[in-house]
Design a protein around this ligand. Structure first.
Ligand code: FDA
Length: 303
């Protein structure tokens, strides 16, 4: 990232919301479920699976958390009705974690039970480090209650992740492994790019050794290469790659053409702002995008 990009990343929260919305539109299916359905249908037609995410996090009232649960129920109805090849991703704070563990657990169980009734699967995204313990506890809790259609996420940038892999091993978990987008203190997080990569590979090895189903969620070609070196002798059903909507689709096309399973993360909904900021903050071409957007608007105004 250039110095200009880093400066713009810091200033992003001050950028007007309509500009953020325009710049981030490639990362989000749209405000409504029907838009997510169309994106998933296109991905499926291109040989890609999907995971649908109802946008919404850090929910602080019970009714809003219930609305998110209901939105997921609508998602499952559409997945079944349209025979979409898609599961769902949820966030604990979207299901009310800030209001209490028990409420969140009840909401998550409702979503997972609904998924189970149609043979579908739910993955709990991993959010900032203040939620890691609770998110892993929710996972263990519901697996203990007999829900095998539930997966979790581990973040390679956290120093604790290898310990978490070992702690989860008895569950033969389904784990999405990613670098981790949230900035934490250096006491608990690797910041160095190569250290994060090394931690990713270590966690991947430990997960494969534990017999976990691993979803390798990255657009980093170096990590994809390291993964391919490791999974060639495993069956194609033992792992999948995952990528975000709007990020490096050509890389995904290559994996699909080579016969690998690839799942695209498809977020939709009205609560698009926080997710959009995170995606823009990691876009290496951010400064160029902001400059083009600004220039485009000035030109259309005829200034
Ligand atoms: P890296 O950031 O090094 O990117 C590699 C290359 O990909 C870049 O050089 C660039 O070419 C391209 N790229 C990456 N991001 C881009 C962007 N926004 N716009 C344009 N190009 C971009 N995190 C988390 O903390 N909890 C979670 O639950 C999840 N869930 C999740 C699901 C899925 C399916 C994916 C792919 C990712 C996540 N993440 C996540 C996010 C993850 O932690 C990480 O922040 C991003 O994937 C970016 O890291 P990469 O591994 O892609 O490497």
């Amino acid at each position: 990232m250039t110095l200009l990009d880093s400066a713009i990343v810091r200033l992003l929260p001050a950028v007007p919301k309509p500009v953020v919305r325009r710049l981030s539109s490639r990362y989000i299916a749209g405000p409504r479920l029907e838009e997510a359905v169309r994106v998933v249908q296109a991905a499926n037609a291109a040989g890609k699976l999907a995971t649908i995410d109802v946008l919404g996090e850090e929910i602080s009232d019970e009714a809003a958390a219930t609305a998110i649960v209901e939105a997921y129920e609508d998602v499952f109805t559409e997945i079944e009705r349209r025979r979409l090849k898609s599961n769902v991703s949820v966030k604990a704070t979207g299901l009310g974690l800030a209001l209490g563990y028990d409420l969140c657990r009840a909401n998550l169980e409702r979503v997972v039970a609904h998924a189970a009734s149609s043979g579908n699967f739910v993955r709990v995204d991993m959010e900032d480090a203040s939620t890691t313990d609770d998110t892993l506890a929710l996972y263990r809790d519901l697996r203990g209650a007999g829900y095998d259609n539930l997966g979790v996420v581990l973040q390679a940038s956290l120093r604790r992740t290898l310990d978490d892999v070992h702690a989860l091993a008895d569950l033969r978990p389904s784990v999405r492994l990613c670098k981790g987008i949230y900035i934490e203190s250096t006491a608990i997080q690797f910041r160095d790019y190569e250290q994060v990569r090394a931690s990713f590979v270590q966690a991947l090895d430990a997960l494969l050794a534990a017999g976990a189903y691993v979803a390798i969620a990255t657009h980093d070609e170096w990590l994809i290469e390291r993964t391919l070196e490791r999974v060639t002798e495993l069956g194609r059903d033992a792992y999948e790659f995952q990528m975000l909507l709007g990020v490096r689709p050509e890389l995904g096309d290559r994996l699909v053409a080579d016969g690998h399973r690839l799942r695209i993360y498809v977020p939709f909904g009205e609560h698009w702002y926080r997710y959009s900021l995170r995606r823009l903050q990691e876009n290496p071409a951010l400064a160029g995008a902001v400059a083009r957007d600004t220039l485009g608007r000035l030109l259309t105004r005829g200034v």
